[in-house]
Design a protein around this ligand. Sequence first.
Ligand SMILES: Cc1cc2nc3c(=O)[nH]c(=O)nc-3n(C[C@H](O)[C@H](O)[C@H](O)COP(=O)(O)OP(=O)(O)OC[C@H]3O[C@@H](n4cnc5c(N)ncnc54)[C@H](O)[C@@H]3O)c2cc1C
Length: 303
Amino acid sequence: MGLKKFVISLAPTPLVKLFASPYVAGDSIKAAVNTAQKLWEERRVCSTIDLLGEELKSDEEVQYSVDVYERLIDALGSQDYATLSLKPTQLGSHRGTENCQKVIGRIVRQAEQNNINVTLDMEDHSFTDMTLDIFRALNKDHPTFGTVLQSRLFRTDDDIMSLKNLNARIRICIGIYNEPKEIAMQSKPEMKNKMLQQVELLFKEGHYPEIATHDEAVINEAINIAEKLNMKKDQYEVQMLMGVPKQAFQDKLIQNGILVRLYVPFAEKWKYATAYCKRRLAANPAMAAYILKNILHKIAGRH
Ligand SMILES: Cc1cc2nc3c(=O)[nH]c(=O)nc-3n(C[C@H](O)[C@H](O)[C@H](O)COP(=O)(O)OP(=O)(O)OC[C@H]3O[C@@H](n4cnc5c(N)ncnc54)[C@H](O)[C@@H]3O)c2cc1C
């Protein structure tokens, strides 16, 4: 575990909750739907709404997640600005690929009735094959069903080539999970370079790349690649996480006719939000030092 992650792991729950609040839309479907609606009405920013939760190992918890997604789809109704994101380990992966595909398939079908696109998030490398298998199987009947690839993994070029003729929505990002050096790059600049090469490959393979990063230089270069390849502005989009302070840059992209979509997570129960929030705090350059200072102040205050 890196130092930043270690410090964040020490943070008491109330502190995590407090600092992570910008990264989470709230604790209800209503809060998530309102956030997406407001982003659209006030700034023309699109959303992909995610129910927080991962590594669920009980059928009851999985069923609970399905219920929330079904209520969310009803609450969203048919509109143009919000899609859904979901994770295999939240939706039945504990009982194998076939079960997970069945569970996710139900949500995808219900979403499709309201013209809501769904993206299958990518978790750590032990789920890459399962995620891509589910993606391929469901994409056959649901061509707007999308997924995610992580540029840090050595396998990703081959994975792109394995998606021939699908013309799919593929979110490309560096990947948030630390992976072993035997299977993944360890240097961020290298991952970002690779990500740009993969944006180009995705275009050339006929996909719709969803460029997911907060690195403005990477986004600008990805747009240059799109222009060099004569791609229209509706053949790709830029995605960022809610709570990462990039509003001015997002607004500039939108003024230039580029679709910007924010990942908008919510949880009805806080315990499902903790893992995501800790990952976001660990990725915030200022946060580890801030939290460490706070913990030390508290300890000093006690003595
Ligand atoms: C919409 C979206 C969906 C994603 N889905 C997945 C997924 O399915 N699977 C997966 O493995 N990964 C996913 N990721 C995470 C992604 O892989 C990266 O880990 C994450 O975006 C950080 O990398 P970066 O490219 O923004 O570069 P970085 O170098 O990490 O960030 C660039 C700059 O953005 C700012 N920044 C970044 N994060 C924060 C933060 N939390 N708080 C404040 N400032 C910050 C900093 O100024 C930083 O210098 C997703 C990311 C996005 C944006």
